[in-house]
Design a protein. Structure first.
Lengths: 253, 350
Protein backbone atom coordinates (compact mmCIF):
# COMPACT_ATOMS: atom_id res chain seq x y z
CA UNK A 1 0.00 0.00 0.00
CA UNK A 2 1.32 3.41 -0.91
CA UNK A 3 2.08 5.62 2.06
CA UNK A 4 -0.35 8.53 2.22
CA UNK A 5 1.27 11.89 1.67
CA UNK A 6 1.30 14.63 4.27
CA UNK A 7 -1.17 17.37 3.35
CA UNK A 8 0.27 20.86 3.28
CA UNK A 9 -1.52 24.20 3.22
CA UNK A 10 -0.03 27.68 2.72
CA UNK A 11 -1.43 30.68 4.57
CA UNK A 12 -0.48 34.32 4.39
CA UNK A 13 -0.89 37.15 6.87
CA UNK A 14 0.75 40.60 6.74
CA UNK A 15 3.33 40.31 3.97
CA UNK A 16 3.99 40.63 0.24
CA UNK A 17 3.55 36.91 -0.57
CA UNK A 18 7.01 36.92 -2.13
CA UNK A 19 8.16 33.97 -0.02
CA UNK A 20 5.33 31.82 -1.35
CA UNK A 21 6.48 32.83 -4.80
CA UNK A 22 9.90 31.45 -3.85
CA UNK A 23 8.23 28.07 -3.30
CA UNK A 24 6.99 28.18 -6.88
CA UNK A 25 10.51 29.24 -7.92
CA UNK A 26 11.88 25.96 -6.55
CA UNK A 27 11.11 24.49 -9.99
CA UNK A 28 12.15 20.85 -10.23
CA UNK A 29 13.03 20.72 -6.53
CA UNK A 30 9.35 21.43 -5.84
CA UNK A 31 8.45 18.39 -7.94
CA UNK A 32 10.83 16.28 -5.83
CA UNK A 33 9.21 17.60 -2.65
CA UNK A 34 5.77 16.82 -4.13
CA UNK A 35 6.79 13.14 -4.22
CA UNK A 36 6.37 13.25 -0.44
CA UNK A 37 3.67 15.82 0.22
CA UNK A 38 0.33 16.89 -1.21
CA UNK A 39 -0.49 20.57 -1.36
CA UNK A 40 -4.15 21.16 -0.53
CA UNK A 41 -4.18 24.94 -0.27
CA UNK A 42 -1.83 27.33 -2.06
CA UNK A 43 -3.45 30.52 -3.29
CA UNK A 44 -0.56 31.52 -5.55
CA UNK A 45 -0.30 28.22 -7.35
CA UNK A 46 -3.65 26.41 -7.31
CA UNK A 47 -7.42 26.82 -7.40
CA UNK A 48 -9.96 24.72 -5.44
CA UNK A 49 -8.34 24.78 -2.01
CA UNK A 50 -9.21 22.19 0.63
CA UNK A 51 -9.11 22.39 4.40
CA UNK A 52 -7.82 18.91 5.30
CA UNK A 53 -4.23 19.93 6.01
CA UNK A 54 -1.77 18.45 8.54
CA UNK A 55 1.06 20.89 7.91
CA UNK A 56 0.61 24.64 7.82
CA UNK A 57 3.20 26.83 6.13
CA UNK A 58 2.55 30.33 7.40
CA UNK A 59 3.83 33.45 5.77
CA UNK A 60 3.45 36.97 7.15
CA UNK A 61 3.31 38.67 10.50
CA UNK A 62 0.43 39.16 12.87
CA UNK A 63 -0.98 42.70 12.82
CA UNK A 64 -4.68 42.53 13.72
CA UNK A 65 -6.83 40.88 16.37
CA UNK A 66 -8.48 38.96 13.55
CA UNK A 67 -5.07 37.56 12.57
CA UNK A 68 -4.67 36.18 16.10
CA UNK A 69 -8.01 34.33 15.93
CA UNK A 70 -7.30 33.00 12.47
CA UNK A 71 -3.78 31.75 13.21
CA UNK A 72 -4.86 30.16 16.51
CA UNK A 73 -7.44 28.20 14.52
CA UNK A 74 -4.81 27.06 12.04
CA UNK A 75 -2.52 25.92 14.86
CA UNK A 76 -5.36 23.85 16.37
CA UNK A 77 -5.67 21.81 13.21
CA UNK A 78 -2.04 21.66 12.04
CA UNK A 79 0.25 18.98 13.44
CA UNK A 80 3.25 20.97 12.27
CA UNK A 81 3.65 24.70 11.67
CA UNK A 82 6.40 26.16 9.49
CA UNK A 83 7.04 29.91 9.67
CA UNK A 84 7.97 31.05 6.15
CA UNK A 85 9.97 34.22 5.64
CA UNK A 86 11.09 37.20 7.69
CA UNK A 87 7.58 38.58 8.41
CA UNK A 88 6.52 35.30 9.99
CA UNK A 89 9.78 34.48 11.75
CA UNK A 90 10.91 37.86 13.09
CA UNK A 91 8.23 40.40 12.19
CA UNK A 92 10.04 41.67 9.13
CA UNK A 93 9.83 45.00 7.37
CA UNK A 94 6.26 45.70 8.40
CA UNK A 95 7.36 45.70 12.05
CA UNK A 96 8.98 49.08 11.38
CA UNK A 97 5.61 50.50 12.42
CA UNK A 98 6.37 49.31 15.96
CA UNK A 99 9.13 51.89 16.18
CA UNK A 100 6.55 54.63 16.64
CA UNK A 101 3.46 54.58 18.89
CA UNK A 102 0.60 52.76 17.16
CA UNK A 103 -1.74 55.77 16.90
CA UNK A 104 0.98 57.81 15.17
CA UNK A 105 1.70 54.98 12.71
CA UNK A 106 -2.00 54.75 11.93
CA UNK A 107 -2.29 58.51 11.39
CA UNK A 108 0.71 58.48 9.06
CA UNK A 109 -0.75 55.81 6.85
CA UNK A 110 -4.50 56.27 7.01
CA UNK A 111 -4.72 60.00 7.86
CA UNK A 112 -8.31 60.97 8.81
CA UNK A 113 -9.50 57.38 8.41
CA UNK A 114 -7.09 56.10 11.05
CA UNK A 115 -9.84 55.12 13.47
CA UNK A 116 -11.38 52.79 10.89
CA UNK A 117 -8.41 50.41 10.99
CA UNK A 118 -8.08 48.19 14.02
CA UNK A 119 -4.46 47.12 13.85
CA UNK A 120 -2.12 46.07 16.63
CA UNK A 121 1.65 46.13 17.03
CA UNK A 122 3.28 43.70 14.58
CA UNK A 123 4.31 40.31 15.99
CA UNK A 124 6.19 37.40 14.49
CA UNK A 125 3.87 34.39 14.56
CA UNK A 126 5.72 32.66 17.41
CA UNK A 127 4.49 35.38 19.75
CA UNK A 128 0.99 33.98 19.17
CA UNK A 129 1.38 30.27 18.39
CA UNK A 130 4.02 27.56 18.73
CA UNK A 131 6.25 27.24 15.67
CA UNK A 132 8.00 23.97 14.77
CA UNK A 133 10.23 25.09 11.88
CA UNK A 134 11.65 28.46 10.92
CA UNK A 135 12.63 29.46 7.39
CA UNK A 136 14.15 32.92 7.68
CA UNK A 137 14.83 35.43 4.96
CA UNK A 138 13.31 38.14 2.80
CA UNK A 139 12.73 36.28 0.66
CA UNK A 140 13.43 32.72 1.82
CA UNK A 141 16.32 30.94 0.09
CA UNK A 142 15.21 27.98 -2.08
CA UNK A 143 17.95 25.68 -0.70
CA UNK A 144 16.86 26.28 2.86
CA UNK A 145 13.21 25.65 1.97
CA UNK A 146 14.21 22.28 0.54
CA UNK A 147 16.37 21.55 3.59
CA UNK A 148 13.55 22.31 6.01
CA UNK A 149 11.11 20.11 4.10
CA UNK A 150 13.66 17.29 4.19
CA UNK A 151 14.01 17.65 7.96
CA UNK A 152 10.24 17.72 8.33
CA UNK A 153 9.82 14.57 6.25
CA UNK A 154 12.59 12.79 8.16
CA UNK A 155 11.00 13.88 11.41
CA UNK A 156 14.06 15.72 12.62
CA UNK A 157 14.80 19.18 13.88
CA UNK A 158 16.17 21.81 11.52
CA UNK A 159 19.14 23.62 13.05
CA UNK A 160 18.95 27.23 11.95
CA UNK A 161 22.56 28.48 11.78
CA UNK A 162 23.55 30.54 14.81
CA UNK A 163 26.58 32.14 13.22
CA UNK A 164 26.75 35.35 11.21
CA UNK A 165 26.53 35.81 7.45
CA UNK A 166 30.26 36.76 7.40
CA UNK A 167 31.08 33.07 7.94
CA UNK A 168 29.40 32.09 4.68
CA UNK A 169 30.61 35.23 2.94
CA UNK A 170 34.24 34.45 3.78
CA UNK A 171 33.84 30.85 2.65
CA UNK A 172 32.60 32.29 -0.66
CA UNK A 173 35.71 34.49 -0.69
CA UNK A 174 33.83 37.72 -1.36
CA UNK A 175 35.73 40.96 -0.92
CA UNK A 176 34.46 42.35 2.40
CA UNK A 177 32.12 45.30 1.88
CA UNK A 178 33.86 47.16 4.68
CA UNK A 179 37.03 46.99 2.59
CA UNK A 180 35.09 48.67 -0.18
CA UNK A 181 34.10 51.44 2.23
CA UNK A 182 30.52 50.18 2.36
CA UNK A 183 28.68 48.87 5.38
CA UNK A 184 26.88 45.65 5.95
CA UNK A 185 24.89 43.86 8.65
CA UNK A 186 26.66 40.57 7.93
CA UNK A 187 28.62 40.46 11.22
CA UNK A 188 25.46 40.21 13.36
CA UNK A 189 22.94 38.68 10.96
CA UNK A 190 21.99 35.03 11.15
CA UNK A 191 23.53 33.00 8.32
CA UNK A 192 21.81 30.33 6.25
CA UNK A 193 21.41 32.28 3.02
CA UNK A 194 24.96 31.47 1.82
CA UNK A 195 25.64 35.26 1.77
CA UNK A 196 23.17 35.48 -1.10
CA UNK A 197 23.06 39.28 -1.36
CA UNK A 198 26.80 39.90 -1.06
CA UNK A 199 27.56 37.18 -3.63
CA UNK A 200 25.45 39.23 -6.03
CA UNK A 201 27.00 42.60 -5.31
CA UNK A 202 24.56 43.84 -2.67
CA UNK A 203 25.04 44.49 1.04
CA UNK A 204 23.50 42.45 3.85
CA UNK A 205 20.38 44.16 5.24
CA UNK A 206 19.88 41.71 8.06
CA UNK A 207 16.69 40.12 6.70
CA UNK A 208 17.26 36.85 8.57
CA UNK A 209 17.31 38.59 11.91
CA UNK A 210 20.15 38.78 14.39
CA UNK A 211 22.10 35.80 15.74
CA UNK A 212 21.38 34.69 19.31
CA UNK A 213 24.08 36.81 20.93
CA UNK A 214 24.89 39.56 18.48
CA UNK A 215 27.77 41.88 19.39
CA UNK A 216 25.52 44.91 18.99
CA UNK A 217 27.91 47.26 20.76
CA UNK A 218 30.84 46.28 18.52
CA UNK A 219 28.67 46.43 15.38
CA UNK A 220 27.44 49.84 16.50
CA UNK A 221 31.06 51.08 16.84
CA UNK A 222 31.99 49.70 13.44
CA UNK A 223 29.04 51.41 11.73
CA UNK A 224 29.83 54.67 13.53
CA UNK A 225 33.44 54.32 12.42
CA UNK A 226 32.20 54.02 8.85
CA UNK A 227 30.37 57.32 9.16
CA UNK A 228 26.82 56.35 10.14
CA UNK A 229 25.01 58.52 12.70
CA UNK A 230 22.81 57.18 15.49
CA UNK A 231 19.60 57.29 13.48
CA UNK A 232 21.18 55.56 10.51
CA UNK A 233 22.50 52.85 12.81
CA UNK A 234 19.07 52.38 14.35
CA UNK A 235 17.62 52.09 10.84
CA UNK A 236 20.20 49.42 10.04
CA UNK A 237 19.35 47.44 13.16
CA UNK A 238 15.58 47.75 12.85
CA UNK A 239 14.87 47.33 9.16
CA UNK A 240 13.83 43.76 9.89
CA UNK A 241 14.02 43.39 13.66
CA UNK A 242 11.99 46.34 14.96
CA UNK A 243 9.91 43.84 16.94
CA UNK A 244 12.87 43.52 19.29
CA UNK A 245 12.58 46.97 20.80
CA UNK A 246 15.70 46.45 22.85
CA UNK A 247 17.96 47.18 19.87
CA UNK A 248 16.53 50.65 19.42
CA UNK A 249 16.81 51.29 23.15
CA UNK A 250 20.34 49.89 23.47
CA UNK A 251 21.74 52.05 20.70
CA UNK A 252 20.02 55.24 21.92
CA UNK A 253 21.47 54.73 25.37
CA UNK B 1 69.53 17.92 -11.04
CA UNK B 2 71.21 20.81 -9.27
CA UNK B 3 69.49 22.49 -6.35
CA UNK B 4 69.17 25.74 -8.24
CA UNK B 5 68.08 26.60 -11.79
CA UNK B 6 66.88 29.70 -13.60
CA UNK B 7 64.29 30.79 -16.11
CA UNK B 8 64.25 33.96 -18.15
CA UNK B 9 61.07 36.04 -17.78
CA UNK B 10 60.43 35.82 -21.51
CA UNK B 11 60.13 32.04 -21.19
CA UNK B 12 58.01 32.17 -18.06
CA UNK B 13 54.55 31.86 -19.65
CA UNK B 14 55.83 29.05 -21.81
CA UNK B 15 56.74 27.15 -18.69
CA UNK B 16 53.37 27.93 -17.06
CA UNK B 17 51.55 26.60 -20.11
CA UNK B 18 53.60 23.41 -19.97
CA UNK B 19 52.39 22.75 -16.43
CA UNK B 20 48.96 21.59 -17.56
CA UNK B 21 50.38 18.11 -18.02
CA UNK B 22 50.96 18.03 -14.26
CA UNK B 23 47.41 18.82 -13.23
CA UNK B 24 45.12 21.75 -12.72
CA UNK B 25 46.87 25.08 -12.20
CA UNK B 26 45.78 27.38 -9.36
CA UNK B 27 47.28 30.78 -8.69
CA UNK B 28 46.60 34.35 -7.53
CA UNK B 29 44.21 36.39 -9.65
CA UNK B 30 42.66 39.84 -9.23
CA UNK B 31 39.17 40.13 -7.74
CA UNK B 32 37.54 43.47 -6.97
CA UNK B 33 40.83 45.15 -6.04
CA UNK B 34 42.00 42.17 -3.98
CA UNK B 35 43.51 38.83 -4.93
CA UNK B 36 42.20 35.29 -4.67
CA UNK B 37 43.57 31.87 -5.58
CA UNK B 38 41.59 30.60 -8.56
CA UNK B 39 42.02 28.10 -11.39
CA UNK B 40 44.28 29.70 -14.00
CA UNK B 41 42.84 28.98 -17.43
CA UNK B 42 44.87 31.60 -19.30
CA UNK B 43 48.38 32.16 -17.90
CA UNK B 44 47.98 35.91 -18.48
CA UNK B 45 45.44 35.98 -15.61
CA UNK B 46 48.10 34.98 -13.10
CA UNK B 47 49.25 37.98 -11.05
CA UNK B 48 52.32 37.29 -8.94
CA UNK B 49 52.54 40.83 -7.60
CA UNK B 50 49.95 40.56 -4.84
CA UNK B 51 49.21 41.10 -1.17
CA UNK B 52 47.90 37.97 0.58
CA UNK B 53 44.77 36.55 -1.02
CA UNK B 54 41.41 36.81 0.83
CA UNK B 55 41.47 33.11 1.74
CA UNK B 56 44.78 31.30 2.09
CA UNK B 57 45.46 28.38 -0.26
CA UNK B 58 44.23 26.04 2.52
CA UNK B 59 40.95 25.88 0.62
CA UNK B 60 42.66 23.49 -1.82
CA UNK B 61 43.85 20.93 0.73
CA UNK B 62 41.22 21.64 3.40
CA UNK B 63 38.14 22.84 1.45
CA UNK B 64 35.42 24.98 3.07
CA UNK B 65 32.88 22.20 2.62
CA UNK B 66 34.31 18.80 1.93
CA UNK B 67 32.57 15.49 1.27
CA UNK B 68 33.72 12.72 3.62
CA UNK B 69 31.33 9.85 3.11
CA UNK B 70 28.39 8.69 0.99
CA UNK B 71 25.60 6.70 2.64
CA UNK B 72 22.25 5.07 2.01
CA UNK B 73 19.73 4.68 4.81
CA UNK B 74 17.81 1.64 3.49
CA UNK B 75 19.54 -0.74 3.06
CA UNK B 76 22.24 0.88 5.15
CA UNK B 77 25.44 1.29 3.14
CA UNK B 78 28.42 3.60 3.19
CA UNK B 79 31.00 4.36 0.51
CA UNK B 80 33.89 6.69 -0.22
CA UNK B 81 32.60 10.12 -1.15
CA UNK B 82 35.52 10.94 -3.43
CA UNK B 83 36.89 8.18 -5.67
CA UNK B 84 39.75 10.05 -7.24
CA UNK B 85 41.63 13.11 -6.05
CA UNK B 86 43.11 15.34 -8.76
CA UNK B 87 46.73 16.30 -9.27
CA UNK B 88 47.20 20.07 -9.06
CA UNK B 89 49.84 22.76 -9.06
CA UNK B 90 49.50 25.56 -6.53
CA UNK B 91 51.46 28.39 -8.12
CA UNK B 92 52.77 31.64 -6.70
CA UNK B 93 52.42 30.91 -3.00
CA UNK B 94 54.01 33.37 -0.57
CA UNK B 95 56.45 32.08 2.04
CA UNK B 96 53.96 32.96 4.83
CA UNK B 97 51.36 30.68 3.25
CA UNK B 98 53.93 27.94 2.80
CA UNK B 99 54.53 28.16 6.55
CA UNK B 100 50.75 27.71 6.86
CA UNK B 101 50.93 24.55 4.77
CA UNK B 102 53.67 23.23 7.06
CA UNK B 103 51.51 23.89 10.13
CA UNK B 104 48.53 22.09 8.60
CA UNK B 105 50.79 19.18 7.73
CA UNK B 106 51.85 18.83 11.35
CA UNK B 107 48.20 18.71 12.42
CA UNK B 108 46.66 16.46 9.79
CA UNK B 109 49.52 13.98 9.66
CA UNK B 110 49.12 13.14 13.33
CA UNK B 111 47.52 9.78 14.11
CA UNK B 112 44.80 9.12 13.16
CA UNK B 113 45.87 10.40 9.73
CA UNK B 114 43.35 12.60 7.97
CA UNK B 115 42.76 10.71 4.72
CA UNK B 116 41.09 13.54 2.81
CA UNK B 117 43.80 16.03 3.70
CA UNK B 118 46.61 13.65 2.81
CA UNK B 119 44.98 12.59 -0.44
CA UNK B 120 44.76 16.19 -1.56
CA UNK B 121 48.09 17.28 -0.20
CA UNK B 122 49.99 14.39 -1.81
CA UNK B 123 48.67 15.43 -5.21
CA UNK B 124 49.70 19.03 -4.77
CA UNK B 125 52.83 20.60 -6.24
CA UNK B 126 53.69 23.87 -4.52
CA UNK B 127 55.49 26.61 -6.39
CA UNK B 128 56.37 29.53 -4.14
CA UNK B 129 57.25 33.10 -4.96
CA UNK B 130 59.54 35.04 -2.67
CA UNK B 131 58.38 38.51 -1.55
CA UNK B 132 60.99 41.18 -2.21
CA UNK B 133 59.26 44.06 -0.45
CA UNK B 134 57.09 44.07 2.69
CA UNK B 135 53.43 43.93 1.64
CA UNK B 136 51.49 46.25 3.98
CA UNK B 137 51.11 47.42 7.57
CA UNK B 138 49.19 44.30 8.59
CA UNK B 139 51.76 41.58 7.97
CA UNK B 140 54.08 40.38 10.73
CA UNK B 141 56.04 37.85 8.71
CA UNK B 142 59.47 39.15 9.71
CA UNK B 143 58.85 38.58 13.41
CA UNK B 144 57.56 35.12 12.63
CA UNK B 145 60.61 34.45 10.45
CA UNK B 146 58.50 33.67 7.41
CA UNK B 147 59.55 36.44 5.03
CA UNK B 148 62.30 34.20 3.62
CA UNK B 149 61.93 30.67 2.18
CA UNK B 150 62.39 27.96 4.78
CA UNK B 151 61.36 24.84 2.90
CA UNK B 152 57.92 23.28 2.75
CA UNK B 153 57.60 23.81 -1.02
CA UNK B 154 58.59 21.98 -4.18
CA UNK B 155 59.86 25.04 -5.99
CA UNK B 156 60.68 28.56 -4.83
CA UNK B 157 60.99 31.36 -7.33
CA UNK B 158 62.99 34.49 -6.62
CA UNK B 159 62.78 37.42 -9.00
CA UNK B 160 66.28 38.74 -9.69
CA UNK B 161 65.45 41.16 -12.49
CA UNK B 162 65.06 39.68 -15.94
CA UNK B 163 64.89 36.12 -14.65
CA UNK B 164 63.74 33.96 -11.78
CA UNK B 165 66.11 31.84 -9.73
CA UNK B 166 64.45 28.48 -9.12
CA UNK B 167 65.10 26.63 -5.89
CA UNK B 168 64.46 22.93 -6.51
CA UNK B 169 63.32 21.31 -3.31
CA UNK B 170 61.81 17.94 -4.26
CA UNK B 171 61.60 15.17 -6.80
CA UNK B 172 58.23 16.55 -7.86
CA UNK B 173 59.93 19.85 -8.62
CA UNK B 174 62.35 18.09 -10.93
CA UNK B 175 59.49 16.52 -12.85
CA UNK B 176 57.99 19.90 -13.71
CA UNK B 177 61.34 21.37 -14.73
CA UNK B 178 63.05 18.62 -16.68
CA UNK B 179 63.07 18.34 -20.48
CA UNK B 180 62.53 22.04 -20.86
CA UNK B 181 65.45 23.61 -22.68
CA UNK B 182 64.62 27.10 -21.39
CA UNK B 183 65.19 26.04 -17.77
CA UNK B 184 68.91 26.65 -17.38
CA UNK B 185 71.55 25.76 -14.87
CA UNK B 186 72.57 28.46 -12.42
CA UNK B 187 76.07 29.83 -12.73
CA UNK B 188 77.91 31.50 -9.86
CA UNK B 189 76.85 34.97 -11.07
CA UNK B 190 73.20 33.89 -10.58
CA UNK B 191 73.90 32.77 -7.04
CA UNK B 192 75.52 36.14 -6.46
CA UNK B 193 72.29 37.86 -7.65
CA UNK B 194 70.24 35.73 -5.26
CA UNK B 195 72.53 36.61 -2.35
CA UNK B 196 72.28 40.30 -3.24
CA UNK B 197 68.46 40.12 -3.22
CA UNK B 198 68.49 38.49 0.20
CA UNK B 199 70.94 41.05 1.59
CA UNK B 200 68.74 43.87 0.32
CA UNK B 201 65.73 42.22 1.97
CA UNK B 202 67.48 42.18 5.33
CA UNK B 203 67.60 45.96 5.18
CA UNK B 204 63.99 46.65 4.18
CA UNK B 205 62.12 43.94 6.11
CA UNK B 206 61.82 45.11 9.73
CA UNK B 207 60.61 43.12 12.73
CA UNK B 208 57.02 44.05 13.53
CA UNK B 209 56.96 42.83 17.14
CA UNK B 210 58.92 44.74 19.76
CA UNK B 211 60.19 41.47 21.21
CA UNK B 212 61.60 38.18 20.00
CA UNK B 213 59.60 34.94 19.80
CA UNK B 214 61.36 33.55 22.89
CA UNK B 215 60.11 36.51 24.90
CA UNK B 216 56.66 36.05 23.36
CA UNK B 217 56.35 32.58 24.80
CA UNK B 218 56.97 33.95 28.29
CA UNK B 219 54.48 36.76 27.63
CA UNK B 220 51.71 34.36 26.68
CA UNK B 221 52.54 32.08 29.60
CA UNK B 222 51.94 34.93 32.04
CA UNK B 223 49.24 37.17 30.59
CA UNK B 224 46.22 34.86 30.35
CA UNK B 225 44.24 37.17 32.63
CA UNK B 226 45.42 40.44 31.12
CA UNK B 227 42.95 43.32 30.70
CA UNK B 228 44.11 43.46 27.08
CA UNK B 229 41.86 40.49 26.31
CA UNK B 230 38.86 42.39 27.68
CA UNK B 231 39.59 45.29 25.36
CA UNK B 232 40.00 42.99 22.34
CA UNK B 233 36.77 41.20 23.26
CA UNK B 234 34.86 44.44 23.56
CA UNK B 235 35.82 45.50 20.06
CA UNK B 236 35.29 42.06 18.51
CA UNK B 237 32.04 41.74 16.55
CA UNK B 238 32.27 37.94 16.47
CA UNK B 239 32.08 37.65 12.69
CA UNK B 240 34.67 34.85 12.51
CA UNK B 241 36.58 36.44 9.62
CA UNK B 242 39.91 36.14 11.48
CA UNK B 243 39.70 32.37 11.78
CA UNK B 244 38.29 31.76 8.30
CA UNK B 245 41.18 33.60 6.65
CA UNK B 246 43.86 32.12 8.92
CA UNK B 247 46.17 29.70 7.08
CA UNK B 248 46.51 27.58 10.24
CA UNK B 249 42.93 27.45 11.56
CA UNK B 250 41.67 23.97 10.88
CA UNK B 251 38.55 23.47 13.02
CA UNK B 252 35.55 21.91 11.34
CA UNK B 253 32.10 20.58 12.07
CA UNK B 254 30.76 17.31 10.64
CA UNK B 255 27.24 17.27 9.22
CA UNK B 256 24.98 14.86 7.31
CA UNK B 257 22.85 15.93 4.36
CA UNK B 258 20.17 13.72 2.85
CA UNK B 259 18.92 14.18 -0.70
CA UNK B 260 15.25 14.66 -1.54
CA UNK B 261 14.68 10.96 -2.09
CA UNK B 262 15.16 10.83 1.70
CA UNK B 263 17.45 7.83 1.39
CA UNK B 264 20.80 8.85 -0.14
CA UNK B 265 23.04 11.06 1.88
CA UNK B 266 26.37 12.72 2.19
CA UNK B 267 28.49 13.33 5.25
CA UNK B 268 30.67 16.38 4.95
CA UNK B 269 32.80 18.67 7.00
CA UNK B 270 32.38 22.40 7.12
CA UNK B 271 34.85 24.99 8.41
CA UNK B 272 34.00 26.00 11.94
CA UNK B 273 35.52 28.53 14.30
CA UNK B 274 36.20 29.12 17.97
CA UNK B 275 34.71 32.60 17.48
CA UNK B 276 31.21 31.15 16.99
CA UNK B 277 28.65 31.24 19.75
CA UNK B 278 27.86 27.52 19.61
CA UNK B 279 31.44 26.28 19.16
CA UNK B 280 32.20 25.37 22.77
CA UNK B 281 28.61 24.56 23.74
CA UNK B 282 27.86 21.03 24.89
CA UNK B 283 24.72 19.06 25.67
CA UNK B 284 22.65 20.83 28.27
CA UNK B 285 23.62 24.20 26.86
CA UNK B 286 26.78 24.62 28.95
CA UNK B 287 29.31 26.86 27.19
CA UNK B 288 32.93 26.26 28.05
CA UNK B 289 34.11 29.49 26.48
CA UNK B 290 31.42 32.15 26.75
CA UNK B 291 32.07 35.70 25.61
CA UNK B 292 34.12 37.30 22.91
CA UNK B 293 37.12 38.13 25.13
CA UNK B 294 37.71 34.49 25.98
CA UNK B 295 37.21 33.48 22.35
CA UNK B 296 39.63 36.06 20.98
CA UNK B 297 42.16 35.11 23.64
CA UNK B 298 41.74 31.50 22.64
CA UNK B 299 42.51 32.38 19.02
CA UNK B 300 45.76 34.09 20.01
CA UNK B 301 46.73 31.24 22.33
CA UNK B 302 46.13 28.80 19.48
CA UNK B 303 48.81 30.70 17.53
CA UNK B 304 51.33 31.74 20.20
CA UNK B 305 51.14 29.25 23.08
CA UNK B 306 49.31 25.90 22.68
CA UNK B 307 50.95 24.79 19.38
CA UNK B 308 54.39 25.60 20.78
CA UNK B 309 53.68 23.24 23.67
CA UNK B 310 52.21 20.61 21.42
CA UNK B 311 54.15 20.82 18.16
CA UNK B 312 57.10 23.14 18.98
CA UNK B 313 55.86 25.48 16.28
CA UNK B 314 54.29 28.92 16.19
CA UNK B 315 50.97 28.80 14.36
CA UNK B 316 51.01 32.42 13.32
CA UNK B 317 52.57 32.71 9.88
CA UNK B 318 52.65 36.49 9.84
CA UNK B 319 50.49 36.76 6.71
CA UNK B 320 48.46 39.56 8.33
CA UNK B 321 45.12 38.30 7.03
CA UNK B 322 43.33 38.38 10.41
CA UNK B 323 44.21 42.05 10.91
CA UNK B 324 43.53 42.96 7.29
CA UNK B 325 40.05 41.41 7.33
CA UNK B 326 38.89 42.74 10.71
CA UNK B 327 36.25 45.46 10.37
CA UNK B 328 36.68 46.20 14.07
CA UNK B 329 40.36 46.88 13.36
CA UNK B 330 41.71 44.40 15.87
CA UNK B 331 45.35 44.24 14.84
CA UNK B 332 47.45 41.21 15.75
CA UNK B 333 50.74 43.11 15.85
CA UNK B 334 49.23 45.78 18.13
CA UNK B 335 47.75 43.17 20.45
CA UNK B 336 51.01 41.25 20.69
CA UNK B 337 53.05 44.41 21.26
CA UNK B 338 50.64 45.59 23.99
CA UNK B 339 51.07 42.22 25.68
CA UNK B 340 54.87 42.44 25.46
CA UNK B 341 54.78 45.96 26.92
CA UNK B 342 52.50 44.91 29.75
CA UNK B 343 54.70 41.91 30.51
CA UNK B 344 57.84 44.07 30.64
CA UNK B 345 56.10 46.54 32.93
CA UNK B 346 54.93 43.79 35.25
CA UNK B 347 58.45 42.28 35.28
CA UNK B 348 60.03 45.52 36.42
CA UNK B 349 57.18 46.17 38.84
CA UNK B 350 55.34 49.12 37.24
Amino acid sequence: MKKSKAKVAFFDFTDCEGCQLQIVNLNTVLLDILEHIEIVNFREAMSEPRDDYDIAVIEGSISTEHDIKRITGIRKQAKVVIALGACATIGGVNAIKNRTPLNISLMRVYKDKADKFKTIAVKPIDQVIKVDYYIHGCPVHPNEVAEVFKCLLLGKKYDVPNYPVCVECKMNENVCLYQKEQNCMGPVTRAGCNSWCVNNGNICYGCRGLIDNPANDAQNDILANYGLDVNEIIDKFTLYTAVEKKYVKEIKE
Amino acid sequence: MERYAKISKKDFNRWLESLEDHGKLYGPKKKDGRHVFRPIKDVKELDLNYISTILPPKKYYFPQKERLLKFKIKPFKTAKAIRKFEEFVLFGVHTCDIAGIQCMDVVFRQEPLDANYINRKDRMTTVGIECLTPCDKYANCVSMGNHVPKGGYDIMLTDVGNKYIIHINSAKAESILRQRSYIKKCISADRYLLDAVRKKKEKIFKEEFIGRLTELYAVFSKLYDSEIWKDVGKRCVGCGNCTAVCPTCYCFDVLDEVSLNLNDGLRYRLWNSCQMDDFAKVAGGEDFRPGRSARQRHRYYRKFKYPIDKFSRYFCTGCGRCSRTCMAEINLTETVNSLIREHRNVSIGI
